[in-house]
Ligand binder design. Structure first.
Ligand code: Q46
Ligand code: ZN
Length: 312
């Protein structure tokens, strides 16, 4: 197998593009796909300050690496969830990357420790509020990322969702006809109201195996294991189904997700109309001030319940 660009020995084949690349040309391809995503979706500019949500997995660390190499000012936030046997290793990987790569580019790492800030690890909190661990985790991560981005005046928050993640989410939303979610699903979520950070997904043009290959080829040391709480999740099942289709018919995932985005641009509400809709229903949480549709936001309600239920 030869590199399609330079005819050197290829290290990876990309059936969906009918191509193969050597290491150098593959890195160029990855950087180019991210640069294109940023430009096509008008995600941010060279002067913007970006906050990357990093878990310690391949996608988020690769994203941080790529943005820094493309010359963006990108700091990162890691949420230490306090999951035994998983969170300590994840945090270690993030810290190691920050010391080895990010520090030389003046990028900062912020760490939020759930056990310290919320008073208990994610599983214990979920038990206290009687909710599934992943939904408790989602509420905390969304809240803390948004808060960090807004309070520290970042222009935009970036996450490492790749093509596989987005295609799997789309499949889930279509299977259950989650029309509200379908309307908002996309690589850019505008900062619709004051207090909500703009959110972007610069890896949406890259498949999971491409991001994994990029991380390996560039010696990014990431946590390989999935979070133990993800076991049996529907997202993993949807990914499996899509991978099966992809292996039979390369390009299926891309056609599915990009096709959705193309059609959505015709019907998708504009940032302005979304802002109007949100503005009408959102106001500051009476406890913490972050935007919410109720009097008290989900996070503050959850923390109040955890406090009431915790043994004194
Ligand atoms: S980290 Fe959190 Fe995921 Fe782990 S506890 Fe569930 S939601 S599975 S992205
Ligand atoms: Zn609140």
């Amino acid at each position: 197998m030869r590199c399609k660009k330079c005819q050197e020995k290829a290290v990876i084949g990309l059936p969906r593009h009918n191509a193969a690349f050597c290491k150098g040309c593959f890195n160029e391809y990855v950087h180019d796909q991210v640069a294109r995503a940023i430009k096509a979706q008008r995600m941010f500019g060279q002067k913007d300050r970006i906050l990357v949500a990093v878990s310690g997995g391949k996608d988020s660390l690769a994203l941080w690496d790529i943005l820094l190499k493309l010359g963006y000012q990108a700091d990162a936030l890691h949420v230490d969830l306090g999951i035994p046997g998983y969170s300590a290793t994840s945090r270690e990987k993030v810290e190691r990357f920050a010391d080895a790569v990010a520090a030389s580019r003046q990028a900062k790492l912020i760490i939020h420790v759930v056990k310290q800030e919320e008073g208990a690890g994610i599983q214990e909190l979920a038990n206290l509020v009687n909710r599934p661990t992943c939904s408790t985790c989602g509420t905390i991560k969304r809240y803390q990322f948004n808060r960090a981005a807004v309070e520290r005046s970042y222009d935009v928050m970036a996450t490492g969702h790749n093509l596989d993640d987005e295609a799997a989410r789309l499949l889930g939303n279509v299977l259950h006809w989650q029309v509200d979610y379908l309307e908002k699903q996309g690589p850019v979520l505008p900062a619709s109201v004051e207090g909500f950070a703009r959110k972007v997904k610069p890896l949406y043009r890259l498949a999971e195996r491409e991001v994994a290959a990029y991380a390996v080829l560039n010696r990014i040391d990431y946590i390989v294991e999935e979070c133990p709480m993800a076991k049996g999740s529907k997202m993993l099942l949807y990914k499996e189904v899509l991978n099966h289709l992809e292996s039979e018919s390369p390009g299926t995932k891309q056609a599915f997700y990009w096709g959705f985005l193309d059609r959505q641009t015709e019907t998708r509400p504009t940032a302005g109309s979304m802002a109007e809709k949100d503005q009408a229903s959102l106001h500051p949480c009476t406890v913490c001030g972050q935007p919410t549709t109720a009097d008290v936001c989900t996070y503050c309600k959850m923390m109040a319940r955890a406090q009431a239920a915790s043994p004194r």
